[in-house]
Design a protein around this ligand. Sequence first.
Ligand code: NAD
Length: 432
Amino acid sequence: MSQNTPYQNFVKTLTKATKEIGLSDEKFEALKQCENIFETEISFKKDDGSTEKVNGYRVQHNSSRGAYKGGIRFHPEADLNEVKTLASLMSLKCAVVNIPLGGGKGGVQVNPKNLSKTELERLSRAYFRAGTEANVFGVNKDIPAPDVYTNPQIMAWMLDEHEKIIGYKSPGAITGKPVELGGSLGRSYATAQGGFFVLQKYLEKTRKDLSQTTIAIQGFGNAGAYFAEIVSKAGGKVVAASDSSGAVFCKGDECEIPKLKEYKKTFGGLRNTFCEGDTCDIQKMKAEKMEVLTNEELLELDVDVLVLAALDGVVHSGNAHNIKAKTILELANGPITLEADEILHKKNIDVIPDILANAGGVTVSYFEWVQNRSGDVWSENLVNEKLKIVMDNAFTDLYEIYEQHDKQDLRTSAFILGMQRIINAMELRGWL
Ligand code: NAD
């Protein structure tokens, strides 16, 4: 497994891309720099009357291309180092898809699973109150969204707190809201939809046919299950999927996705449909033309495309040699370690990197912000049409760089694209 921190990994990839395009030290340092770091101790009342104090952060990395944009996570291990890395990656991600926003990220060091709903509301409001009073958040300044363990309800509480303080309505101050409060249609599956558009474009460039493409998906949550549904409806062959309970392989031609979703709903996990502990119902598997696999076995299937939609660091130096997929699509953030990236590159396995592959989410967040600021409400079809244009253009721009920079991988090309756009904006503003 990688011993590097996420920030070290980020800097290493940035360094590689910097060398590739001969960027000066001054520009490299400027890209590493975070513009503002907001740290606060948040106090909130518990249901038993006591007060709990937790650390909260908001990092604003780069605003040369527009207001800061990025999620807020509630996680016991959220720390400043992680939030800085994620804010920097958001600047690059927004630049790669060419939306006029910069990068930010927020984190609160807390385990939300230990909080009641009312405690969660008090915490969410306290965090956003602190940020609003310190002039951190605002519709033209820094626009948060949900991330790990935060959701549309939390965004609604935060927006309400923000509007109470500023004294007027400002729905665009936060995205990923419930649709009733100005959230965008299509947001719930935007990450998967964007990843699908990118895969389509990749297959077109590499002259492959989706209907002949076999796909295994690690992670059957928001990103993975929606992706399975979208790609399967479009004609791709999903042959296996996994969740935290384990994996299933469909022995017929391909998996029926509604069936997998039903399994997960009924049995709480894909593997749980057939197994209890180590005991599996072979007759049931036969009848359903399915086989159970371990999560590790799913990663090593001989498929055309492996979609990583679960956790970070799942492909590492210990298992990268065993990967047989021809292409990997990173819907999750950081699912491949740097060491594994190098191994995969040597094996000629293309990795479509997270900062492009999962950027559909932030793109539809941007659409939400645009709708809120103009007072318009777009149809779901319009959202998806616009998303396709953004993702297609980003892939085309990235691929052009990939073809220019012989022997580099798609991740380095994505970094080059994002970095060049940010540097260009900084130069135009006279910051460099
Ligand atoms: P989620 O919690 O809805 O789903 C995660 C899935 O991964 C679940 O099905 C879980 O059972 C499964 N899982 C956990 N451990 C596993 C393991 N060891 N092997 C196989 N499966 C395992 O989360 P999500 O929203 O789908 O996010 C998944 C990834 O995508 C994360 O890295 C997230 O940061 C990234 N992402 C999501 C969005 C989004 O809009 N949802 C946007 C950008 C990036």
